[in-house]
Design a protein around this ligand. Structure first.
Ligand SMILES: Nc1ncnc2c1ncn2[C@@H]1O[C@H](COP(=O)(O)OP(=O)(O)OP(=O)(O)O)[C@@H](O)[C@H]1O
Ligand SMILES: [Mg+2]
Length: 322
């Protein structure tokens, strides 16, 4: 059984200017113990995807179509009570910028224990013991549960947030830019930790980032998102060695080899399309260096390029690295 299958997900925001199609036909799947990287420029819909899967969308955001099958149960169809009973247990999330979300006037262990008591209906004493175990799991001394957030470094706060996300033994964990605010050394430690936990606990991991080089080191598969759609998905080798979409190619060229300076976020000329307007043809056409007349007329379908490698481009077989 596949752990998580997202099929043709459509999540739109109701705005004063009309429906904003932040996620518009996204599909991917995730297996036990597998890591999927989700990458793309700011605003392409990565967080909206994560908030759809965890059903934590703001009230103006609604799922308009598609399925999110968690072990065959469609999370889209669950009512609020049903989803509340499953969230954090089935699918858990480390939010973008979450390490600043710790309550400054409460001991970190108490905050984790509070979450455990809420979800697991155990005593406070048991919950504190669980907080200690979780601290050890994320490689922090158990006694540090008695500290306040200001006594922690950025990396330790992020470890505490990971501990919190693991409190109910989730089968899928989504990390939304979990290391962005951290320096490179600490980033690597946190990513190693997530990798260790994924393997030990056989969790599925969805790692969201702007940084393709992080995904190359951490993930089995990479999904490249552009304007609410996955334009290419495949193994790390598929994406880097057999690139099938010009957008992926441009993203890769924004990330020079390790050791050189990175440009963050990727600097690709032009801007993504306005998702309030209907798009004719390929949404990447105005910025594409490989565009041909058909791209203006017909939206490219996702085509198989061998194995589980797919790209949505009329010229997907011709993309090369110059
Ligand atoms: N509550 C909202 N109301 C209206 N539009 C929204 C809302 N939340 C997000 N959007 C829009 O949806 C689009 C996708 O946003 P999302 O946060 O998913 O992007 P992202 O890929 O996570 O970007 P980033 O890399 O900057 O985190 C953006 O253009 C954003 O402005
Ligand atoms: Mg985001």
């Amino acid at each position: 059984m596949t752990l998580l299958e997202v099929k043709d997900l459509k999540t739109y925001f109701d705005t004063s200017k009309g429906l904003y199609k932040a996620v518009d036909g996204t599909s991917f799947d995730l297996d036990y113990g597998e890591a999927l990287g989700l990458v793309g420029e700011s605003g392409c819909g990565k967080t909206t995807c994560a908030l759809s899967i965890t059903r934590l969308l703001p009230k103006e955001g609604k799922i308009h179509g598609g399925e999110i099958l968690f072990e065959k149960t469609d999370l889209v169809k669950l009512n609020d009570n049903e989803i509340r009973a499953r969230r954090w247990k089935d699918v858990s999330i480390i939010f973008q910028g979450s390490m600043n979300a710790l309550n400054p006037v409460m001991k970190v262990g108490d905050q984790i224990a509070e979450a455990v008591v809420f979800h697991e209906k155990v005593s406070r004493k048991e919950a504190l013991k669980r907080a200690e175990e979780l601290f050890e799991l994320v490689e922090m001394p158990a006694k540090r549960i008695n500290n306040y957030p200001h006594e922690f470094s950025g990396g330790m706060k992020q470890r505490a947030m990971i501990a919190m996300a693991l409190a109910c033994n989730p089968k899928v964990i989504i990390g939304d830019e979990p290391t962005t605010a951290l320096d490179v050394m600490v980033q690597a430690q946190i990513l190693n930790l997530l990798e260790k936990l994924r393997k030990e606990l056989r969790m599925g991991l969805i790692l969201i980032t702007h940084d393709l080089s992080i995904l190359a080191e951490t993930c089995d598969k990479i999904a490249v998102m552009y304007a609410g759609k996955i334009v290419e998905i495949g193994t790390v080798d598929d994406i880097f060695m057999r690139t099938g979409h010009p957008y992926t190619q441009r993203l890769i060229s924004c990330f020079p080899n390790v050791g050189k300076e990175k440009i963050l976020p990727p600097a690709i000329e032009g801007v993504p399309p306005n998702l309030l307007e209907p798009i004719k043809g390929c949404s990447f056409y105005p910025r594409c260096h490989m565009g041909i007349p058909i791209c203006l007329e017909i939206e490219p379908e996702s085509r198989e390029l061998g194995g589980k490698h797919f790209a949505a481009c009329h010229r997907s077989g011709e993309v090369s690295h110059e």
